[in-house]
Write a protein that binds this ligand. Structure first.
Ligand SMILES: *Cc1c(COP(=O)(O)O)cnc(C)c1O
Length: 222
């Protein structure tokens, strides 16, 4: 498998303004370096320990994104270097991110994760839960988190119509929040959606950030 060729092929099809997170979870350092040396510097991991280990071993100009479910007691381990936390799904988590970032005088970008799939196993907020966070006065006092957009995962299904509708829904959520809370804020601009099997649909539905693993690195063996 030619990893560098895989990522080049995907990137060549992406319209301007759509960025790619190379999801390297479970994959060895050598594979990540292969992608890095091909000129790609944005990588995503979903386990804190694995992310920290890879951060320590790899070049420091890599932009690391955390894409998994983040436990509050592990936040401080990634705050010194993480560039974007995709999966913020509670006020409590946001509060811990803000306070840990404040301690080291960093600003940390976060996306609010929404539940758009039909499975109830996937994490995420609904629109009203997000509104509750955004109107909260304590949230408004946070100075070390920047909400830069939304993230979601579609249902794992062959039904592309359903996947498309779920992505459309996330786009509507993005626009709604933009209008209600972020109309003057250019930083609120990201819609993180689309993985190996559905990123083309996601891009058609307005994704600005796709998260692709197996289409680049090959299937994962857990
Ligand atoms: C693993 C993972 C991906 C990438 O999945 P692939 O199907 O291998 O592209 C994207 N997003 C999240 C949140 C993930 O956990």
């Amino acid at each position: 498998m030619d990893i560098a060729a895989n990522i080049a092929k995907i990137k060549n099809t992406l319209p301007l303004g759509v960025n790619l997170v190379a999801v390297s979870k479970t994959k060895p350092i050598a594979d990540i370096l292969e992608v890095y040396h091909s000129g790609h510097t944005i990588f995503g991991e979903n386990k804190v320990q694995e992310l920290v280990r890879k951060y320590e071993q790899l070049p420091k100009d890599i932009e690391w994104h955390f894409i998994g479910h983040l436990q509050t007691n592990k936040v401080k381990l990634i705050i010194p270097f993480v560039q974007l936390i995709h999966g913020v799904d509670s006020f409590k988590l946001l509060k811990v991110i803000d306070s840990e970032a404040k301690k080291i005088n960093r600003m940390v970008k976060c996306l609010m994760q929404f539940h758009i799939a039909e499975e109830d196993t996937k994490f995420g907020l609904n629109l009203n839960e997000a509104r509750e966070i955004l109107v909260n006065n304590e949230f408004k006092s946070f100075r070390n988190v920047i909400i830069t957009g939304v993230m979601g995962m579609a249902t794992y299904t062959e039904n592309t119509g359903q996947i498309r509708n779920e992505f459309k829904f996330l786009n509507v959520i993005f626009s709604t929040l933009k209008n209600e809370f972020f109309s003057g804020d250019k930083r609120f601009a990201e819609i993180s959606m689309g993985m190996s099997d559905d990123y083309q649909i996601a891009v058609e539905e307005g994704s600005t950030l796709i998260r692709v693993g197996s289409k680049i690195f090959g299937e994962r063996n857990y």
